[in-house]
Design a protein around this ligand. Structure first.
Ligand SMILES: Nc1ncnc2c1ncn2[C@@H]1O[C@H](COP(=O)(O)OP(=O)(O)OP(=O)(O)O)[C@@H](O)[C@H]1O
Length: 356
């Protein structure tokens, strides 16, 4: 059993800063979960609490059936059977690749023959066969990160914790390692908790994504769920660059306050909400631009599938995904909202902030 269960976990630092607050999260055996959120939202604190470097000040953490942290228990990190990979590959430069990878097995007292077999097995898994005798200093950044990954999984950890593990790498290497990481973790059924500031990486890799802010979980869901039905305007803005309008839904039409934006109820996802004050979140792909005079293009970036365009619509910057011809900066357009999500005022919580 390699699940991770956090029950009402809180963590307040000695100076009174709230790192985590009321975290309830059940990660299933073999699941790949990504933690995202703005800077200071609690991602690292949560990962470090699972790892055992930080003691929760409330609640409990279980790894499988085993209680590893609560008010009276704190199992040391090295006793938790976890693998960890950080942004800066902590690979010892004076040891060969093989010795680096074998280290956790030596520490655990695994006999030489088995050690050699297991090292050979993980070297093949991470695509580093033939590199056993190399000095890590002679490897590329991506190869060194694979050594770190091999070392993290050689001890067959219950859970693999990744802290911005791919963030220091340049594209396209990062992209290819992302694919390898997914294939590898799936093939051996590893439970993974992956902290990243890269929203696209989280959505691409994870079975479920956890959006944190202010030490609290804002939403947990599969990538399609989070993108198509964000729980709040703040999540929609943070994850998908949605534009938010505040206003009122009345007689089947949402009217933005002090703005010409109007959206009929047929184009609104109401999520069961009734009429009244609230906000709408408009995803970039749900905006259509046509020739007109209502708004002005303020930036226009080329994208492979669609262009990433921002228009100034009566003082509100609206992010749009525009397929086909790329509009020119300064071009006059009309804006049509094809679909939006309506959130009654109570749900329109604090902004989640800009991506970290
Ligand atoms: N040792 C500490 N003492 C006091 N407060 C801390 C400490 N470490 C972190 N914090 C605070 O706890 C909160 C959560 O921090 P954390 O590092 O978990 O955020 P994060 O989401 O990982 O941010 P980033 O994306 O910038 O790495 C922040 O308000 C941070 O300032």
């Amino acid at each position: 059993m390699s699940s991770v269960t956090l029950t009402n976990v809180g963590l307040t630092y000695p100076d009174g800063t709230v790192g985590l607050d009321g975290i309830d999260l059940a990660i299933a055996d073999g699941e790949f979960v990504a933690l995202v959120g703005p800077s200071g939202s609690g991602k690292t604190t949560l990962l470090r609490a699972i790892a055992g470097f930080l003691r929760p000040t409330a609640g409990s953490i279980h790894l499988g059936e085993a209680l590893v942290a609560d008010g009276s228990t704190l199992v040391a990190p090295e006793k938790r059977e976890l693998g960890m990979v950080f942004q800066q590959h902590a690979v010892w430069p004076h040891w060969s690749v093989e010795r680096n990878v074998a280290y956790p097995l030596r520490l655990a007292g695994v006999a030489k023959a088995e050690r050699q077999a297991r090292v050979a097995e993980v070297m093949a898994l991470v695509g580093l066969e033939g590199f056993e005798k190399r000095n890590p200093a002679t490897l590329s950044g991506g190869q060194r990160q694979r050594v770190a990954l091999a070392r993290a999984i050689v001890g067959r950890p219950r859970v693999l914790l990744l802290d911005e593990a791919l963030s220091a790498l340049d594209e396209p290497l990062r992209d290819s390692l992302r694919l390898e990481l997914q294939t590898l973790t799936r093939s051996i059924g590893l439970t993974v908790v992956h902290v990243t500031h890269d929203r696209d990486e989280a959505l691409a890799l994870a079975d479920r994504v956890v959006v944190l802010d202010g030490g609290r979980i804002q939403q947990v869901g599969t990538p399609p769920e989070l993108v198509s039905t964000p729980a709040s305007p703040a999540v929609a803005t943070f994850l998908s660059d949605a534009t938010v309008f505040t206003g009122v839904l009345h007689a089947g039409v949402f009217s933005a306050s002090g703005h010409g934006c109007r959206v009929g109820v047929d184009d609104l996802e109401l999520g069961g909400a009734g009429e009244g004050d609230g906000s709408i979140a408009v995803l970039p792909e749900d905006v259509t631009l046509t020739p007109g005079t209502g708004a002005t293009v303020t930036s226009s970036l080329y994208g492979r599938g669609s262009n990433d365009v921002v228009v100034d619509w009566n003082g509100i910057a609206v992010r749009c995904r525009v397929p086909g011809r790329r509009p020119l900066v300064g071009e006059a357009v009309d804006v049509r909202v094809e679909r939006a999500m309506f959130y009654p005022r109570a749900a329109a919580a604090q902004p989640v902030g800009t991506p970290a």
